[in-house]
Design a protein around this ligand. Structure first.
Ligand code: GLU
Length: 504
């Protein structure tokens, strides 16, 4: 049987790190087994649905490189793939009707006040709260008819069997036994006629031929109810894999308090989708071996359920930054440039950083990358600075000196080199040596600086290189000077050196 998995988000907000990990594991597992990944939108809880959020879901998945072959936006034979549409189409009706007919489910007509009183009395007695039968599990048909006639709104509840052991085989935690008497009777159909998550998701998993459920650990407690539901419908449950929670470095569950956690926030910050995917996949999953920096396909090749750790995973921003740097340095210049250009020209970038005025992000530097007429210089800038940046946002500041002459010079370095008697002669001689713009490569510039060193009888190359770097970039550190000079070209270098001399 071929593998079929699904990522089934509720459209309650922009997907965060935890959602993305679930989505990724589904995708990795499908790729690993040549299976199908399905995207299903679970919007039956209308009160929690955020309009338009499906677009964020799709954007987020695409950003990190997740693929789905079937479902929302992709079509397929098991549609529609939005649960509210499935409900409207009556797809759930035969299944809950069958459960009622066979006695595996029942109508209950408790009012919200009655349910609240029950909860309160359970709490007062120190009992577990929930619907363990209530007034309606064993009510007669006559009583139910009477409630209907009174116009009481009703819900359909699953009748959890008594005195049994429900076994959940979890891919991460193994066999877990639940005494059925500890499970309350969950609502399957709400009074507005909409199915609950418990019902809709499990029916859909069956109808869509899902073989493996990868979902967050918060659903582990519901898993025995889902097993009962499958059995009551006479269906075989899929394999279940519950993914451990993700925590912040302070040990608490990852949340907004820890800062940006939505995938699209990381895109706005300038993280590469592949780096974010790589980082998130390794929270709680070990690919085995030493290799950590991987593409999605490499991760898929290594993906095994047994590599998922039962303990909670930690979201470590330093690790993300490290991983991002490694991915940036590993990319070829063309691909990297197109990432930087895409980032620079995305209107989100500017609005995101406008809200972070102290971030040090240089929008002017980035805006050069949005300008298509300067392709060669942009490519050279990316090549020159990629060893020294982390995020795509960093390219703005790091590349600025390539794209425009410095408007000021680093104060301490300026004071230092001004005080050295050879400085102005060094800068003057290098400028004079820059007569032709034709085809000077890094070694030609090195030759020029060395000949200036020799003719001025300077013992070391430092007093030549450093003032020239300061004059060209405004900074005392940066990428290789000779490579930089080759990128700028003689004319630009000469102009910058002359301006520096005038300022001295
Ligand atoms: N709609 C559920 C959620 O967003 C998905 C749970 C599942 O994957 O079954 O949490």
């Amino acid at each position: 049987m071929s593998v079929r998995v699904r990522y089934a988000p509720s459209p309650t907000g922009s997907p965060h790190v935890g959602n993305i990990r679930t989505a990724l594991f589904n995708d990795l597992f499908a790729r690993r087994h040549g299976g199908t990944n399905i995207l299903r939108i679970e919007d039956t809880d209308r009160s929690r649905s955020v309009p338009g959020c499906e677009a964020d879901i799709v954007e987020s998945l695409k950003y990190v490189g997740i693929q789905w072959q079937e479902g929302y936006g992709a079509g397929g034979d098991c549609g529609p793939y939005v649960q509210s549409e499935r409900s409207l189409a009556g797809l759930y009706d035969p299944h809950w009707n069958r459960l009622i007919e066979s006695g595996f489910a029942y109508w209950a007509f408790d009012t919200p006040q009655e349910l609240e009183e029950m909860r309160k009395s359970q709490t007062d007695q120190g009992l577990a709260t929930g619907y363990f039968g209530g007034a309606w599990r064993d009510a007669s048909e006559v009583e139910r008819e009477k409630a209907r006639a009174e116009g009481r709104p009703g819900v359909v509840r699953l009748r959890i069997p008594r005195d049994e052991t429900i076994i959940v085989m979890d891919g991460v935690r193994g066999k877990i036994e639940y005494p059925s008497n500890t499970l309350d009777d969950p609502v399957l159909i709400k009074s507005d006629g909409m199915p609950t998550y418990h019902f809709a998701a499990m029916v859909d998993d069956h109808l869509m031929g899902v073989t493996h459920i990868f979902r967050g650990e918060e659903w582990l407690g519901s898993a025995p109810k889902h097993i009962v539901l499958f059995k009551s419908l006479g269906w075989d449950p899929p394999e279940m894999v519950h993914l451990p929670v993700i925590k912040g470095r302070d040990g608490s569950k990852l949340s907004k308090r820890h800062g940006d956690t939505a995938a699209l926030d990381f895109r706005r910050q300038g993280y590469l989708g592949v780096a974010l995917a790589n980082f998130i996949a390794l929270i709680g999953w070990s690919p085995g071996g030493d290799k950590e920096v991987m593409s999605i396909n490499e991760m898929a090749e290594a993906f095994e359920i047994r590599g998922i750790q039962p303990s909670s995973g930690v979201f470590d921003l330093d690790k993300l930054m490290w991983m991002q740097g490694v991915h940036v340095r590993g990319m070829d210049t063309g691909s990297l440039l197109s990432e930087v250009k895409g980032y620079a020209s995305n209107p989100e970038t500017e609005s995101y950083w406008a809200a972070h005025p102290d971030s040090g992000v240089n929008m002017r530097g980035l805006s050069y990358f949005a300008d298509d007429s300067r392709h060669d210089l942009q490519a050279s800038a990316v090549e020159l600075v990629k060893e020294r940046v982390t995020t795509l946002a960093d390219f703005g500041k790091a590349s600025l000196f390539v794209l425009e002459a410095p408007s000021s010079y680093e104060e301490a370095a300026l004071v230092k080199w001004k005080a050295v008697p050879t400085t102005s002669q060094v800068v003057q001689s290098v400028a004079e040596g820059l007569t032709t713009d034709a085809g000077m490569g890094p070694s030609d510039f090195e030759g020029l600086l060395r000949s200036v060193q020799t003719s001025l009888r300077i013992e070391k190359l430092g007093p030549v290189v450093h003032p020239v770097r300061l004059a060209l970039t405004g900074a005392s550190t940066g990428p290789g000077l000779f490579e930089l000079m080759a990128v700028l070209g003689s004319t630009d270098c000469r102009e910058r050196l002359e301006r520096f001399l005038a300022d001295l």
